[in-house]
Ligand binder design. Sequence first.
Ligand code: ADP
Length: 396
Amino acid sequence: MKDSILVINCGSSSLKFAILANAGQETLVEGIADRLGTDESSITFKFEGKKNEIQLDVGSHKNAVDQIKSWLNSHPTIEHSLAGIGHRVVHGGETFSKSVLINQDVVTGIKKYSQFAPLHNPAHVKGIEVAFELFPGLPQVAVFDTAFHQTLAPEQYLYPIPMHFYREHHFRKYGFHGTSYRYISQRLAQIANGSDQQGVLVAHLGNGASTCAINKGKSSDTSMGITPLEGLMMGTRSGSLDPSLLSFISQAENISFESTLDILNKQSGLLGVSEISNDCRTLEEAMESGDLRAKLALDMFAARTAKHLASVATTLESIDHLVFTGGIGENSSYLRQAICNHLKALNIRIDSDINDNAPRGETLNISAKDSNTNVWVIPTNEELMIALDTISLIQH
Ligand code: ADP
């Protein structure tokens, strides 16, 4: 039976993939091609509990998809079960407010929004074109990170700059992590009856991090902007700051605006403040062995996350649920506690025992008995959303 979906997530130098079967419930094989564009690239397949790494002679997206196809050739049952391909696409601008079957117009649209996602969208186009070439019979679907936030009202998505920038250039807040937020909203509705008619705050905290307010199932505000640089302090991104700093930094270092933006995107955040690492786990270990820089970076991350939760909450009528997700949100009990310590004025409180002992990878309610808001840890599953959207679009 043709019921499995190949999910592809192309980054500028990586390609993550998974094949999901049984309406997305079962992962048959998954893996990642890394360091594409260098001569040290490789692709890893995780299948039946074993990992197998293959070096790539040519580290290109095409070669990576070629390897996936060869792997499928040697696993014909899985190959014959493929019904379609779902691609994660970072930027869909104002054109794409939901997932779509890919045709030439869609590819042109994705190319157009490369101006706002210059590292990601061109890589997605490559992935899509190669997949069409190597899997000619299979329908393909694009699932956009920005789509879920197309429900924001103009007073939330417009920047307070001269309106002609929006009219002529579409400069506005778009927001990201939308596929994760849509999954969390649907998953929460399964475990907290009626949450789709309530106010929900979500903190998606990974290497990239953002917050979202979901009012009655629809995104009403989010912390990221025209690019993922706005909002929270992240692994290597500064998040929001006084834009005048751009000019001060570029003058102080005698560098261009582009190089200054590079500092804000790649050398700031947890990495910039701690001067140790962008990785939360590494910083927690350093903090535990007494490193004050690591503690400062983590505490700043918590303070700024809380601020951006409170900020997006202004679009809700009530804060009925707060969900932590993403690698940090799902695993760092220290940061969940530190963030909630800043939200006491909103009467959001968690039970420290339950929080400290939260089992990895599980959905859990960690609220304290006297909390106004239900606080949850919910593992996100963007691949599942992409697979489900693909199934639903190819069946029509
Ligand atoms: P992205 O998808 O944005 O690249 P992830 O959602 O995978 O990122 O999250 C990566 C982050 O999660 C890293 O900072 C990592 O240290 C952190 N993380 C993963 N596991 C743990 C853990 N057990 N404790 C603390 N942080 C963790």
